[in-house]
Each structure stands twice: as C-alpha cells, then as structure tokens.
Design a protein around this ligand. Structure first.
Ligand SMILES: Nc1nc2c(c(=O)[nH]1)N[C@H]1C(S)=C(S)[C@@H](COP(=O)(O)O)O[C@H]1N2
Ligand SMILES: [Mo]
Length: 307
C-alpha cells in the first residue's frame, strides 16, 4: 500500500498513560520553576475581556495540558511536538485574506482583524475525534463579525479556510501523512452561528504558537479537527470545500464532523471521552453539549450520512 494514512488516532490508546506522565511532569517542572517554553516571547495579556453567556462553568483544564498536549501536524504528529517545534514560528507580521463571493474582499493585518469586534472570553468544551476533551477559556469574537464585514453575495453557500504552511518553518510536516496547507470548511449558516469563534487567545493571553497563533477557529460542537489553526485565508465559495482530514481519509472523516456519541468512528467508539487530567471516562454529549444552540442547523439531515 502506498497510501499512508496518518495515525490520527494512535494516541487514543496511549492517552491515559501519557496524560498521567505529562501531569507528573507539569507538576515537577512547575515546582522546579523550569517553566520556560510555555509562551512565546511576544505573548501578550489580553485584558478587559467581556464575559460570554456561552461559557461553561465546568472546571477549566490546566493551562499546561492545553498548551503541551496538542494536535498541530505541521509541527509533528506527536502530542508534545507542537509545543517543542513551534517556538520559533513567525506569526508577526500576519495577514488574513478574506475573498471569494463577497462585495467587500479585504486583506487584514492582525490588528485590523482584531478590531472588528470586542474580544470576549468564552469557556468552551473541546472534544477531539481521538476521544479526549478539555475545557478552555478561549478569547475572541464570533466569526460572523468578519463574515458580515465582507458582505457575502447570494453565491456564498460555504466558507473555506486555509492555514499557513511553510515547510522551512514546519519541516516536521513532511512526515505528517496529511496534505498541507491544512484546509477546512463550514456551511454558511454554521459559519454565521454565534458559537463559531474566531480565536486570538486563551487563558488571558494571545495564543501560544502550538495552539494556532495568531488566529484560529474554535467550533465547540464539532470534533477538534474542524477548528483550523493559524488561518491565512477565508474564502466564500459556492460548493462544499475540501477539508484536510476528509482528503486524507474520506471514509473516517466527513465534512460536518459534529460531535455525535451515536455515530462511531470506524476504528473506535465515540460514546465516551477522557477529559485531560482526569482518570475516568465520561459520556460524550450530542453536539458536545451544544445541541440547544446548534441542533436546528441540522434539522432533517441524516446524521449517519452527513457525519
Ligand atoms: N492547521 C491545523 N489546524 C488544526 C490541526 C492541525 O494539525 N493543523 N489539528 C486539529 C485538531 S485534530 C485538534 S484536536 C485541534 C487541537 O487544538 P489544540 O492543540 O489547541 O488543542 O486543532 C485542530 N486544528
Ligand atoms: Mo483532534
């Protein structure tokens, strides 16, 4: 077989031990005052954050787990690779191009983009398709703010997103087994949904490189791989756009990828999940617990077919 499917899941089997070991290391290194590489030199505090009614009151995952146990395949497929390999990732200056079927296409620099709406803190659950989850205080505003500013035309039925990719800064990407640049997409009504977050920070600061600096999506009702990192392009399109994990393995990863405990991944169950830092598994909730807000987007759709 020439086709090598990226081992998106390997980790699920070894997660418990890994997390356990990681936790011990967090505690040990924190105690020893060796906490060096957690945030890049240009990490900035983000103050005066509005609170969001969408926030959960569940226990927030320790910052060390959320910033040292990552999926960012451009920087390697190991969970600890992104934190280690992305330290020199250049995210300044940064441009985001908004284009396609809209009356107001525009290329933003990061400051311009951040000024489109007041930033707020949103504490969301995040559920990876690998059956681990976390609770993260993200910072940003609804993606809808950028989309509305672009004034999409009637032809804009979907929104396509593209990540930054530079093999010279991301040499580990060559062995990731998935095509780059990483691409994702949403149907227009999903993209306009207020829960869809354009994210610039977490835990009170700008995003660490390994978490998708300087700007990413966070889509809490979908599996984590929809939440594309380090975005450079947002494009309004007519047809359902290609998405990276579907290109890599269409049988296992669909376009919608809504969290659904009743539809198993071909190789493992999605009925339960492990919260980072916890030992026992918990039940996975339909739409990751955001059904009240988003279920109506999928009325009448066969969720086994549109997985
Ligand atoms: N560009 C890009 N975006 C990405 C990924 C990736 O490999 N490359 N991984 C995805 C997956 S599988 C998950 S679970 C989340 C992880 O985000 P986190 O590392 O901030 O927890 O990012 C998503 N966005
Ligand atoms: Mo994921």
């Amino acid at each position: 077989m020439l086709v090598r499917i990226a081992p998106h899941i390997r980790s699920s089997e070894i997660t418990p031990k890994r997390i356990y070991l990681n936790r011990r290391r967090f505690l040990a290194s924190a105690a020893a005052g060796l906490w060096l590489a957690r945030t890049p030199a240009h990490a900035e505090k983000l103050a005066n954050l509005a609170k969001s009614p969408f926030s959960t009151s569940e226990k927030i995952t320790p910052i060390e787990a959320a910033t040292q146990y990552n999926n960012f395949y451009e920087f390697g497929t190991g969970k600890e690779d992104p934190a280690r390999n992305a330290t020199k990732f250049r995210t300044h200056p940064w441009k985001v191009k908004v284009e396609g079927h809209c009356n107001n296409p525009k290329t933003y620099d990061l400051d311009g983009l951040m000024k489109l709406a007041p930033i707020e803190e949103r504490i969301y659950r995040h559920r990876c398709v690998e059956a681990w989850s976390m609770v993260v205080p993200w910072i940003g505003f609804s993606l809808a703010a950028v989309l509305k500013a672009a004034d999409p035309t009637a032809k804009a039925k979907y929104v396509a997103f593209e990540s930054f990719y530079d093999p010279s800064q991301m040499p580990q990407g060559r062995w990731a087994g998935i095509p780059f640049p990483y691409v994702e997409g949403l149907r227009m009504d999903e993209a306009m949904h207020p829960l869809a977050l354009l994210c610039f920070g977490m835990y009170g600061e700008t995003l660490p490189n390994q978490n998708g600096a300087p700007v990413r999506l966070v889509l809490p009702w979908k599996y984590g791989f929809k939440s594309i990192k380090s975005i450079v392009k947002i494009r309004f399109v007519e047809k359902e756009p290609p998405t990276t994990w579907n290109l890599a393995n269409a049988h296992e990863y669909g376009f919608y990828s809504n969290v659904n405990p009743q539809v198993d991944h071909p190789r493992w169950s999605q009925a339960s999940e492990r919260r980072l830092g916890e030992f026992f598994k918990r039940k996975t909730l339909m739409y990751n617990g955001y059904g009240e807000q988003v279920a109506s987007l999928y009325n009448g759709m066969d969720l086994r077919k549109y997985y």
